[in-house]
Design a protein around this ligand. Structure first.
Ligand SMILES: Cc1ncc(CN)c(N)n1
Length: 253
């Protein structure tokens, strides 16, 4: 584990809220996934988009770019859950997936609609938003996994979305304390920095842990690599929003 927290959270508090110590004892496969992704995961939290969101200095332009990408992202994200649902005959996981779909519409209501009003994002902007190369790479990968792979692969493809956001939201909330009161991005932090949102990662981790128990080592290795790719995609989603970069090369407008 990295010694210094990217947002400067003190070690004692950090231990209580880190991904593996928070509600997650006895999840060896989740631990393996996190450890494999840890360098990118931890570096990701320290990137400018998130540091500036945490201290409230992120430009509105960059945040709007992110919001429009995220709106497109959530549509694909819900579709991936729906494909997983159709492939799943485990009643508990079906219920979890249905709740996650409802949770995504909660994100839209609490975060997207709020910032649409606040920043005056128009229907035209929403309708004409074009997915960035980085966001498309992320969701295309998830959709391909959803159509071609078994249930556990789909759940692992979804896990970075839930777990990284729950962790970053919690750690951002912990790092800024009372300054949240004046942070223009408070609605975002309030959404992702809560125990409720954390629960949306926990069910997924629990279900994956259960399914992983019967899998051969070779498949677990593939899933671990796939998870790291998902965390890298999360990283690039923010990095490309910060640069407001739509195409693979910045000069391709
Ligand atoms: C890109 C992305 N990843 C995850 C989340 C959290 N569901 C989100 N809203 N956007």
């Amino acid at each position: 584990m990295t010694a210094t927290d990217p947002l400067g959270i003190a070690p004692a508090e950090r231990n209580a809220i880190m991904p593996l110590t928070r509600f997650l004892p006895d999840h060896p496969f989740a631990e393996r996934l996190y450890r494999a992704a840890e360098p990118v995961w931890e570096e990701g939290l320290g990137q400018p988009f998130l540091r500036e969101l945490a201290d409230g200095t992120l430009s509105r332009e960059r945040f709007v770019f992110y919001m429009l990408q995220d709106y497109l992202y959530l549509n694909d994200y819900v579709n991936v859950h729906a494909i997983a649902f159709a492939k799943c005959d485990d009643p508990k996981i079906r219920q979890d997936l249905a709740q996650a779909i409802a949770g995504a519409s909660n994100e839209t209501d609490q975060v997207h609609d709020f910032f649409r009003d606040r920043f005056g994002i128009t229907d035209e902007q929403m309708a004409s938003a074009r997915q960035s190369a980085f966001a498309r790479s992320y969701t295309s990968n998830m959709i391909a996994i959803a159509y071609t792979k078994p249930l556990i692969d789909i759940l692992v493809a979804l896990l970075p979305c839930a777990w990284v956001y729950a962790d970053y939201g919690t750690r951002i909330a912990a790092s800024i304390g009372e300054s949240i009161e004046t942070n223009p991005y408070r609605a975002w932090i309030d959404m992702y920095g809560t125990d409720d949102f954390w629960e949306s990662a926990v069910w997924l981790i629990d279900d994956i842990e259960r399914l992983a128990a019967g899998e051969p080592e070779e498949h677990l290795q593939q899933l671990t690599e796939q998870f790291v790719v998902g965390v890298e995609h999360e990283y690039m989603f923010w990095a490309s929003a910060y640069e407001m970069q739509r195409r693979w090369r910045p000069e391709w407008h």
